[in-house]
Design a protein around this ligand. Structure first.
Ligand SMILES: NC(=O)c1ccc[n+]([C@@H]2O[C@H](COP(=O)([O-])OP(=O)(O)OC[C@H]3O[C@@H](n4cnc5c(N)ncnc54)[C@H](O)[C@@H]3O)[C@@H](O)[C@H]2O)c1
Length: 373
């Protein structure tokens, strides 16, 4: 359901090459995306109305790749019709909607519901998870991540001109270029779209989140939602994690996504390429033995070349087949549930409340005692 960018990069190619899967039908209200998917992956049936596909009785499972505002209706309807569901993140734009999906999944424990947090399946991040949980870094006390892109203000004169030219060629930026994230209030904005990825991943490394503090801003008045987010999470272990997510950092065209895990026995640094490139995450380790030579050690891990999307699909299909306990190449329990998807939205909303409450202390000039002498 939905034949846009993520369907074309993260779902259809991997479903098509999976020997246990037959892509029976695709649905999308946008004719050109529907036709493109049907042609490229030789899909026999197409539906302009996604609910007609759900009612068709043709399929056993669906991948929900529509924009977030459509997820609740489609996920609940699919579960009620006895279909297994792989649902893109964010699970839904609000806790209320995500909660309705989780409740529907709970009512059908016989069906597989998987939230599409593919970073869990990124082999490099799985190696990080194993190192953190296996104690290879000692006691982990902090994780940090910066995930930056640059999306210019759409109100800038040259952007207005660019969009006007695009429209002349029939291209609607919100509909065709993914700019619904910045322009459509139903989408919930960039922080809702990107924050859940790392909130979820950090939970698989560090356990449950207990507290959040956040400073969320919108630097582009014309965008919906927050485009500048600085978040601090506290976990039940006492560890903390910071996420800096921005649409305002001028840099590489694909943005930058880097981070580090800090433990008492060492630190692990990661650099993640843009997921659509399907390239591996780079890991470097710095332990006590690295201090004197001052050289980080590259970390090698299994399955470097395996795309996270491919592994995600593989896992989904295996779970439907009832083979989820097969150990390799996928650790059991790696998939995200509807509850995990809901939890990420709860964290997003908690960050918003924390940011609005502005639970910070003012540091007024002159408030500190004057130095003596
Ligand atoms: N896992 C990831 O890393 C990742 C990456 C990108 C997008 N996503 C998520 O995937 C979803 C889709 O994002 P995208 O980048 O593919 O957007 P997109 O705009 O490229 O594609 C969305 C498609 O859904 C179609 N659509 C609109 N309303 C629909 C409806 N009611 N039912 C079915 N289809 C409908 C559109 O016509 C379009 O073809 C979003 O939830 C997004 O956050 C996840």
């Amino acid at each position: 359901l939905g034949c846009g960018k993520i369907a074309r990069v993260g779902h259809l190619p991997w479903l098509a090459r999976h020997p246990g899967v037959e892509i029976v039908a695709v649905a999308d209200p946008l004719e050109k995306n529907l036709a493109l998917a049907a042609r490229r992956w030789r899909v026999p049936r197409t539906f302009a109305d996604p609910s007609a596909l759900l009612d068709s009785g043709l399929v056993d499972a669906v991948a929900i790749c529509s924009p977030p505002w459509a997820h609740r209706e489609q996920a609940v309807a699919a579960l009620e019709r006895g279909l297994h569901v792989l649902c893109e993140k964010p699970l839904a734009p609000s806790v209320a909607d995500a909660g309705a999906i989780a409740a529907a999944a709970r009512r059908r424990p016989d069906l597989v519901f998987q939230a599409a947090f593919q970073k869990r399946f990124q082999p490099g991040f799985e190696a990080v998870r194993e190192m953190v949980r296996g104690g290879a870094l000692g006691q982990v006390f902090h994780v940090e991540c910066s995930w930056h892109n640059w999306i210019p203000d759409f109100e800038l004169p040259w952007m207005r001109r660019l969009f006007a030219i695009a429209r002349r060629f029939g291209i609607d930026p919100a509909r065709d270029l993914g700019a619904w994230r910045q322009l459509d209030p139903r989408g919930g904005g960039d922080f809702l779209d990107h924050g859940p990825h790392y909130f979820d991943l950090f939970r698989t490394w560090l356990g449950e989140v207990t507290h959040v503090s956040a400073h969320l801003r919108r630097l582009h008045p014309g965008f919906v939602g927050e485009d500048q987010a600085n978040v601090l999470l506290k976990f039940e272990s006492g560890a903390t994690a910071s996420l800096a997510r921005s649409l305002n950092v001028v840099g590489r065209p694909h943005g930058a996504e880097t981070g580090a895990v800090h433990g008492t026995a060492g630190s692990l640094f990661w650099r993640a390429p843009h997921e659509y490139t399907l390239r591996p995450v780079k890991l470097r380790r710095y332990g006590v033995a690295n201090v004197i030579p001052n050289v980080a050690t590259p970390v090698r891990y299994r399955g470097r070349r395996l795309a996270s999307y491919r592994r995600q699909i593989e896992h989904f299909v295996r779970r439907i087949d009832g083979r989820s306990r097969e150990a390799l190449p996928l650790a059991p329990g790696l998939a995200a549930s509807a509850e995990d998807g809901l939890r990420a939205i709860e964290i997003v909303e908690a960050c918003r409340r924390a940011s609005e409450a502005c639970e910070t202390l003012e540091v007024a000039p002159g408030a500190a005692p004057a130095p003596r002498g």
